[in-house]
Design a binder for this molecule. Structure first.
Ligand code: GLN
Length: 252
């Protein structure tokens, strides 16, 4: 079920960040170790967003498998950034296979990825649509659960802080669709926020870097496994893991 990764630290080549390490996101696309809830490989495209100083967030995505795209070792190897968010996709059954459905989704200084699914799709969105005006539904980047979760989060980012936005969206989605898996990953270029509901997540933070990833990208020391039902806030030198305090999602 998709794998994602967020990086903050000294500028690195974006292509290198996708491929560096014995278990990089690139390797996780065909050999993930901890896929849960269906899906075996992440071959339904990939995307990467990076913050480029005053130019803001830039992105690249492709509906083809990451291993088949020469841009990873080509143009993306020539782009450097100190803030990157990336994902490889294993589309949930029934979701369209298209470029626009590949995370990260971007808006302003935000980039976002979902590792998971909304249970009971598409019927369950009837309850969720109540939180979204129709015009927002029409603005969804793709007709997928990820895009719907992003649209809910984006809307709530306008009204409140990122942690509250993630918590409230998770709570509402679980109330409407208890069998959902909701590992969200959000970045603004200087902080990463992530949740665990039903999927794996690891973090490695030191004074210079912060890395948050569905699976450790190498066998090096320092990785911390995030327990289920947690909210993570990470930046270089700072890792906070707090309980999500949500009880609705029984029987996933
Ligand atoms: N359900 C989402 C999609 O289809 C995310 C998939 C995943 O986590 N595997 O895009």
């Amino acid at each position: 079920m998709c794998r994602h990764l967020g990086y903050l630290g000294p500028p690195r080549a974006v292509g290198e960040l996708l491929t560096a390490g014995t278990h990089s996101l690139f390797v996780q696309s065909w050999a993930p170790r901890d896929m849960r809830g269906g899906g075996t490989i992440n071959a339904d495209g990939f995307g990467v967003a990076w913050w480029d100083g005053a130019a803001g967030v830039r992105g690249y995505r492709n509906a083809a498998p990451i291993w088949s795209d020469p841009a990873v070792g080509g143009v993306l190897a020539g782009v450097r950034s100190g803030s990157v968010l990336a994902a490889v996709r294993s589309a949930t059954v029934g979701m369209p296979l298209e470029r626009a459905a590949c995370a990260p989704f971007e808006d302003g200084s935000w980039a976002f990825s979902l590792n998971g699914l909304i249970g009971g799709w598409p019927e369950s969105i009837a309850a969720l649509a109540e939180w979204l005006p129709a015009v927002e539904l029409l603005r969804m980047p793709a007709l997928t659960d990820s895009a719907l979760v992003w649209t809910l989060v984006r809307r709530r980012l306008v009204a409140g802080g990122p942690a509250d936005a993630l918590r409230s969206v998770i709570s509402d989605v679980l109330a409407a669709a208890p069998r959902s898996r909701l590992n969200l990953l959000l970045g603004d270029g200087s902080t990463l926020w992530a949740s665990t509901v039903g999927h794996s997540l690891w973090a490695r933070v030191d004074d210079a870097t912060a890395l948050v990833a569905s699976e450790p990208v190498d066998d090096g020391p320092g990785w911390i496994q995030v327990p289920d039902r947690r909210l993570v806030r990470a930046r270089p030198g700072q890792l906070e893991i707090t309980e999500l305090d949500i009880t609705e999602a029984e029987g996933r």
